[in-house]
Ligand binder design. Structure first.
Ligand code: C6P
Length: 415
């Protein structure tokens, strides 16, 4: 058995920040939370920032001239600046708050897609996408007759980049839309290289950063992403808030999506004109408390350092894959550790993924089972469901060891 690598940061101090991690599961066994790809846990700093807002300066933003509203507006707009720095965007006007990744892809499909594409134009997605990066394009296809194509994957769970170049050469591709990190395979896709190829072919690129923003440093200018979307709740922040980044010149040309308060400049009974970026895309009262919690989450991750979080997770991935390879009858999907984030979707020979998850739950281990909103990928892998253990900055090597022992227990129980 391999020994535990050393932690890159003070893991005990980090775990102290997450109150939920200190409870007993089913009142019997310590909780081991391995479902952060679905939603991460939240530290005190985030929980307290939300509570502080509600207790001391709760008010609507951009509307009042009273002190509370000004304070709330300042905090809300401050988070936009934090997001801008976090992903190295050129301007705060390029940061649109959404409800999450899903709303981001739908917004781009329904404004940019619906207005700038014509029948026969190609949207190029990939076989490994989450449904949030497939279905909006299929809906658009039904609405305006664009064609959706998919980059295939190789047997090792990476994208077939030769096929990517061929599809770009042979088809009128207008948008490449790709996950930075797969939520099932964990594959880290070479999005900066893919952006160069997309741009050479005259296409834009949208990066789904739902599974990368929590785990590695992001730089939208280095990637040269035209759009990039992610969710706060997977990066120690609250649910109900996320980001659509878009290059300013592209966003300027796009019409609004939803109409309502805050997104207008003028309204008459005959018609309306639109507010400046980013407000043009933020109709109605936004998720203010959630944004403030999101800001605290960005502060929390930045204080540790995204480079350290990524380096620690690379060690965790290598350890996890090595230990899983010791268990006979367990097959893990996805590439080798250096191309992968800390997520392992696996099947146990002779056992259904849901039974595995249920037995692991009895041992205190929370994993997800099913198709993980990536049905086409599971069809490609030839399985209807997988069990998925996904790790984050608060997980330990000891927890991997408990998972491995629990998998032996699962096998004995189901034998
Ligand atoms: N994946 C998972 O368990 P939302 O739900 O909008 O915050 O994120 C959608 C989404 C989009 N892209 C990727 C790559 C994702 O992983 C997700 C969310 C979760 O894998 C919940 S289905």
């Amino acid at each position: 058995m391999i020994t535990h690598p050393t932690y890159i940061y003070d893991i005990a101090a980090i775990r102290e920040d997450f109150p939920i991690l200190h409870q007993y599961h089913h009142d019997a066994v310590p909780l081991i939370y391995l479902d952060s790809a679905a939603s991460s846990q939240k530290p005190y700093q985030v929980i307290e920032a939300i509570q502080h807002y509600y207790q001391t300066y709760n008010a609507n933003v951009h509307r009042g001239i009273h002190k509370l509203s000004e304070e709330a507006t300042q905090a809300y707009e401050g988070v936009r600046k934090k997001v801008r720095n976090f992903i190295n965007a050129g301007s705060r006007r390029e940061i649109i708050f959404t409800r999450g990744t899903t709303e981001g892809t739908n917004l781009v499909a329904q404004t940019w897609g619906r207005n700038f594409l014509k029948p026969g134009d190609v949207i190029l997605s990939t076989v490994m996408e989450h449904h949030a990066n497939i279905v909006p394009w299929q809906l658009l296809s039904e609405q305006i007759g664009v064609k959706v194509m998919y980059i295939p994957i190789l047997p090792n769970g990476t994208l077939d980049l030769a096929a990517y170049e061929r599809i770009l050469r042979e088809n009128p591709v207008k948008l490449v839309t790709v996950a930075h990190v797969s939520n099932v395979l964990g594959t880290i896709n070479p999005v900066a290289d893919m952006a160069v190829k997309a741009h050479d072919a005259g296409a834009l690129i949208l990066v789904d950063a739902a599974q990368s923003a929590p785990h590695l440093p992001l730089d939208v200018q280095a990637i040269d992403a035209d759009f990039l979307v992610f969710s706060s709740h997977k990066m120690v922040g609250p649910t109900g808030i996320g980001v659509l980044y878009g290059k300013r010149d592209i966003l300027e040309k796009m019409p609004p999506w939803m109409g309502g308060g805050d997104m207008i400049a003028t309204v008459t009974l005959e018609g309306s004109t639109w507010n400046d970026l980013p407000y043009k895309f933020e109709a109605g009262t936004p998720s203010i408390a959630e944004a403030i919690g999101f800001g605290a989450a960005i502060d929390y991750l930045s204080a540790i350092g995204m480079d350290k979080i990524h380096a620690q997770e690379q060690q965790m991935t290598a350890y996890l894959l090595e230990r899983l390879s010791e268990v006979p009858g367990v097959t893990v999907f996805g590439p080798e550790a250096d191309k992968k984030s800390a997520v392992a979707a696996f099947v146990v020979e002779g056992a259904h993924a849901h039974d595995v998850a249920q037995l692991l739950d009895a041992e205190g281990i929370a994993v997800r089972a099913g198709h993980h909103c990536a049905m086409p990928l599971h069809t490609e892998l030839g399985v209807s469901a997988t069990s998925r253990a996904s790790f984050y900055l608060y997980n330990t090597y000891d927890e991997v060891d408990v998972l491995i022992e629990a998998l032996y227990t699962v096998q004995r129980t189901l034998r």
